[in-house]
Structure formats: structure tokens, C-alpha cells
Design a protein around this ligand. Structure first.
Ligand SMILES: [Zn+2]
Length: 411
């Protein structure tokens, strides 16, 4: 018989309510939540877990991470062998899980191999939704050739192969999208504006023509998938959303009319504020160039304002972080940064029910409800009163369950 657990004696953080609920019992069976009740549940076969006043909440979801981009200066991936990259990815996945993230969406880099390793338990980590290699135009945010290079060197044996691929014009974009779908992408990632890590493109540059973006969206949609797009400038965001892009990654430089358009189209914004903060503080230690740091400062200063504009327009706001390699230990500072302008419950909603919609698993992930996966955290206190409980690499999470199995249990 499948393992069954009955959580009792604590409070429940249901992201659909504004406050913690007392007196709720939660029964899991196998990999799912079987019953949630405001009275004692009788389940003789279940192991009883006494929360002793602690908080039970759904596992967190991060909608913008990179498991395999192990360097802050992405050019340095060129020297990283794939075996080392996979080993680093395994360590990174485990650390994310131990911080309470039971699901993550990789927005560039992770492939079906690492997804399979996680699904089969060879690597311990969160559920993973992959983009494969992000698609960039020549000279765009994902073109990591040096200016002295014309040809693409064979990158099949180094980490740079995972960072991006280049396609120009509708036929090449179609082929790249189809190829990533063939390789199992859960969503397609396009680079539609300049970025911080790339060395050749101005931040405000508008990348890909409209017809290229539309072609990618149409192709992904016919396959039952969707497009997420890296974009900073308001115009870059606007043209992507108008072309049917479903989630905008970063979006730091949006303006009010663009936020309005996103709300009308039902597009999601996935801010990744902590990465700019971490790159400013620690990027120079890891080989970030002066040009990257200069671009970083611009998006850093605009970050909270973009969140404010999106919220005012009613845009659905997801939770992302985008930290590269060694910066990932700053993961949960994202909660603290957002708390400057958002209520803790709204931040938690972003990281649970909204992100569950983003990965297209509403009702299955990000909530405590019958039929949902038993992805659960036990928190040493009330996270709505103290977001510090998410800090310190999971130290304040005495138990973490993924798919009905305890991956940590110090209760
Ligand atoms: Zn990213």
C-alpha cells in the first residue's frame, strides 16, 4: 500500500486565503493529497505527523532558474565539460529542493537528460520544466561568440552549448523551435531584447522581427507548448506580448501602457529581482565584465518600479530568480526584495498558485487541495509574518515532502 501521512496539530498556509488556518488536517496518500478537512480525519493506516503548532504550506515554485548555467560570466561555460556541468546541476537541484522549492522552471540550459535524472531519482531535486536551449538571433542575447569569432566553434563538448542557440529568419526559427520541441522542451525560450550577460547587444535593442516571434509562438502552440521571452525594454515586451508570448521574463523596463497590454492579453510577468542585486554585490568576484555591470545597474534600479507598474495594471506576477551558478545561495532574498512593495501573502501566491498556472499545472501544484501533488513544507513559524523563515538555505524548514515522500524530516 502507498505510504500515507496525516498532518495535524499545526496551522495551514493556503495561498488562496489571506491568513493561516487553524485546526486543518491534511492526509496524503501515495504522491497526492487525499483529503483536507477542518475536523479530525480518520485514517488508521496513515503515519501521524504532529506539527506542534508549526505551519504546513505547499512547496515553493520558482519560474525562472538555470540549473546548468554554472558560471556568472557565461563565456566561462566554454571551459566547463558536460560531466562537470551535470554534477554542478545535481548539486544545484538538491540545494533548491532543500530551500523548499519542489518545482522549478528552467528558462534555458537544462535538457531532457537532467530532467530524466531528476524524474528517476538519480539526482535529488525539484520537479523540472525545461526550455532546452534558448533561441537568439545573431548578435542577440544568446549569441556568445566573441567579436573576433565569425564561425560557431564546435560547442558540443562544453557548457556553452546549453546556454543558447542562434536562428535568423522565419525558416531557421521554425526549425530551432521544432528541434527544441523534439528534444522535449516544456516551453520555448526566446531572447527578444538585449541582456546583461551578453557582450555585443545594447540593453534596449529589440531582438527578432515580429514575424520571427509570431512563427515561434505559432509553432510552440501547435505542439501544445508556449513561448516565454527574455525582455527588458517596454517596446520589446510589448511586441512580444502582441505576438502571443505567454510569459515575459524580467521585464524591468516596462511602462504603464505595456503593463496594461500584458494584463489585457493575460500575459504573465516573471520578475527576477534578486539576480541584479546579487550581480551588483558579487558579480565582480566571478568575472563579470564592466559592460555587464553597467547594464546590470540600469535594470537593478528599474526592478521594483516594474513590479509596481505590473501590480497596478493587474498583471499576473510570477516568482523568478535567475541566479547563475555560485550566486544561487542568494535564492530566497527574492522574498525580501519584493517585500518592499508586496504583501508576504502575495509573494507566496506568486511562488505557488501563480507559478503553478505558469507551468500549466493549476490544481496539481502550488496548493494544498485534494488531488494536488503532496509537495509540502513544514515551516518553523508563520512565514506571512516573517519571510526570514525562507532564508538560510532551508534551515527553518524542518520537513520537506515531494510527491508524498519526505526528502527532509527533522520533526
Ligand atoms: Zn534567465
Amino acid at each position: 500500500m502507498a505510504a500515507s501521512y496525516l498532518f495535524h496539530g499545526g496551522r495551514v498556509l493556503d495561498p488562496r486565503r489571506d491568513t493561516l488556518a487553524e485546526g486543518i488536517e491534511v492526509l496524503t496518500e501515495g504522491d497526492r493529497i487525499k483529503e483536507v478537512a477542518d475536523r479530525p480525519i480518520s485514517a488508521a493506516a496513515a503515519a501521524r505527523i504532529d506539527l506542534k503548532g508549526r505551519t504546513l504550506m505547499p512547496g515553493l515554485i520558482d519560474a525562472h532558474i538555470h540549473l546548468l548555467l554554472a558560471e556568472v560570466n557565461l563565456h566561462l561555460l566554454d571551459g566547463v565539460p558536460l560531466t562537470l556541468l551535470a554534477a554542478k546541476g545535481a548539486a544545484s537541484a538538491k540545494a533548491m529542493l532543500m530551500r523548499g522549492f519542489t518545482t522549478v522552471r528552467d528558462t534555458g540550459g537544462a535538457d531532457f537528460g537532467i530532467k530524466l535524472a531528476l524524474e528517476t531519482g538519480l539526482f535529488e531535486g525539484p520537479r523540472l520544466f525545461i526550455s532546452g536551449a534558448p533561441i537568439s538571433q545573431t548578435g542577440g542575447h544568446g549569441d556568445f561568440r566573441l567579436r573576433t569569432q565569425t564561425a560557431f566553434e564546435c560547442a558540443c563538448c562544453s557548457g556553452v552549448a546549453f546556454a543558447a542557440r542562434v536562428a535568423d529568419g522565419v525558416p531557421e526559427v521554425l526549425k530551432a523551435v521544432r528541434d527544441e520541441l523534439r528534444k522535449g522542451a516544456d516551453q520555448i525560450k526566446l531572447m527578444v531584447s538585449g541582456g546583461v550577460a551578453s557582450q555585443a547587444d545594447p540593453l534596449e535593442s529589440l531582438q527578432f522581427r515580429i514575424d520571427e516571434i509570431e512563427a515561434a509562438v505559432e509553432e510552440a502552440t501547435r505542439w501544445g507548448r508556449y513561448v516565454c521571452a527574455h525582455a527588458y525594454a517596454a517596446e520589446a515586451v510589448g511586441r512580444a506580448v502582441a505576438a502571443g508570448v505567454r510569459t515575459i521574463e524580467h521585464g524591468n523596463l516596462i511602462d504603464a501602457p505595456t503593463a496594461q497590454l500584458m494584463a489585457e492579453r493575460g500575459a504573465y510577468l516573471v520578475p527576477t529581482l534578486v539576480t541584479y542585486d546579487a550581480m551588483r554585490r558579487r558579480g565582480p568576484d566571478y568575472g563579470m565584465s564592466a559592460y555587464s555591470l553597467e547594464k546590470n545597474q540600469i535594470v537593478l534600479e528599474a526592478g521594483l518600479r516594474s513590479l509596481e507598474l505590473a501590480r497596478a495594471a493587474g498583471v499576473k506576477i510570477g516568482f523568478g530568480t535567475d541566479l547563475l551558478g555560485p550566486l544561487q545561495d542568494d535564492h530566497c532574498r527574492e522574498f525580501l526584495i519584493r517585500a518592499e512593495i508586496m504583501r508576504p501573502i502575495d509573494i507566496v501566491r506568486s511562488a505557488t498558485i501563480v507559478n503553478a498556472e505558469i507551468v500549466r499545472q493549476p490544481g496539481r501544484l502550488g496548493e494544498i487541495a485534494p488531488g494536488a501533488f503532496a509537495d509540502l513544507l513544514v515551516v518553523d513559524g508563520d512565514p506571512l509574518g516573517d519571510l526570514g523563515l525562507f532564508q538560510d538555505q532551508g534551515a527553518h524548514l524542518p520537513a520537506i515532502m515531494k510527491g508524498g515522500v519526505f526528502v527532509k524530516n527533522a520533526l
